[in-house]
Ligand binder design. Structure first.
Ligand SMILES: O=C(O)CCC(=O)C(=O)O
Ligand SMILES: [Fe+2]
Length: 352
């Protein structure tokens, strides 16, 4: 059944615009002012590349050794499900031996996002400080997102995944969310990794108005881009780039940049191992979103890749490969983090 508010109509998951802007709230002006200021400043470092190209690789955000240590902790986490997964036995690199995950190799079930290793990654100054520098504040919130583990398929007939999209609704303009990948494995040409369409972030507003059509605008911060639409971006100067990165690098991108995560090619020799991390200023969040974030944290639930908004709790049940519910579904992390003040502030539980 459709429900109508003053300026939107909701049909199922679709929120259509009647008039005004359904995403506007008491923080909109503050966010726009800060992001305009950031976008109009010459920073003299990687921030300029992020703003100009729509993405950037910040080299050696943490050391290679530390990245390998985090990757090993993720492998330990895979072993903790006791499904027979073995790093040195490729015959176990399949669904029968892995916890439930999405088709794009994203692991977001089983309270993964609150495992100690994930919080250690979020709290690592090598990652956190980059976002603090970008936003100009240490008072940050962090997303409760997921990890991605992608194994080479060893089957040349399996095409790497292709799912170009942006993670920002047409109802938002300007820089609103910066997404991050804590890169813990080698991401070369053949390896799994982020693919971006450089410069597409600058074309997006015009695309939504002139090509996409205002009648199709929705408030969800995810818009899939079809092959024809992608061609429009390429014709207007966007360029496809497979992002090359090494363990320890931090990959950042503007949510307006078209992107997708490509699985490894069949003959890659690396297991893509990454954590999605995004931080934004704590004062970007409305009181309502802070309450939702706190509630999600208390239940060890994940949300989305946004830190201050889209606090939609992600608590999907885990299934076995035969379609039955996993009787060993976790409702809390296997190894819990220490609840320090810094962690609770990042989680939005304790105010700054
Ligand atoms: O896996 C990736 O590289 C991209 C995933 C993605 O699209 C996202 O986190 O928004
Ligand atoms: Fe995305």
């Amino acid at each position: 059944m459709a429900s109508v508010s003053t300026n939107t109509i909701t049909q199922g998951t679709k929120t259509l615009k009647l008039s005004g802007n359904p995403l506007e709230n008491e923080k909109t002006t503050l966010i726009k002012q800060l992001s305009d200021k950031i976008e109009n400043t010459k920073h003299g470092d990687w921030r300029d590349d992020l703003l100009k190209d729509g993405y950037v690789v910040v080299k050696n955000a943490i050391s290679k050794e530390k990245a390998q240590d985090y990757q090993n902790q993720i492998f330990d986490w895979l072993r903790s499900f006791n499904k027979g997964w073995k790093l040195d036995d490729e015959s176990t690199w399949n669904d029968n031996h892995l916890p439930d995950h999405h088709w794009n190799n994203i692991y977001s079930k089983h309270s993964t996002c609150h495992e100690k290793f994930f919080w250690d990654i979020r709290l690592d100054p090598g990652f956190k400080d980059k976002f603090a520098k970008l936003w100009g504040t240490n008072e940050l919130l962090v997303s409760f997102d997921a990890i991605n583990i992608a194994f080479p398929t060893r089957d040349a007939s399996i095409e790497p995944k292709f799912w170009p999209h942006v993670d920002q609704s047409p109802f938002r303009t300007g820089l609103s969310c910066v997404q991050g990948i804590a890169n813990l494995s080698e991401a070369g040409e053949k390896d799994g990794g982020l693919v971006v369409y450089k410069d597409s972030h600058k074309l997006l507003e015009n695309f939504f108005k002139e090509v996409y059509g205002e009648e199709n605008w929705e408030s969800k911060d995810n818009v899939q881009i079809s092959k024809d639409q992608l061609q429009w971006f390429l014709d207007n100067g966007a360029e496809k780039v497979k992002v090359i990165a090494e363990p320890g690098d931090l990959i950042l991108w503007d949510s307006r940049t078209i992107h997708y995560g490509s699985g490894p090619e069949y003959d890659s020799n690396n297991i893509r191992t990454i954590a999605y991390i995004s931080y934004s200023p704590a004062n970007f969040a409305t009181e309502e979103n802070l309450i939702k974030k706190r509630q999600a944290f208390e239940k060890w639930h994940g949300t989305t890749h946004w830190a201050h908004d889209n606090i939609n709790t992600r608590n999907l049940p885990a299934y076995l490969p035969n379609g039955e519910l996993d009787p060993y579904q976790r409702t809390e992390p296997n190894v819990k983090p220490e609840l320090t003040k810094e962690l609770l502030q990042l989680a939005g539980v304790v105010p700054y």
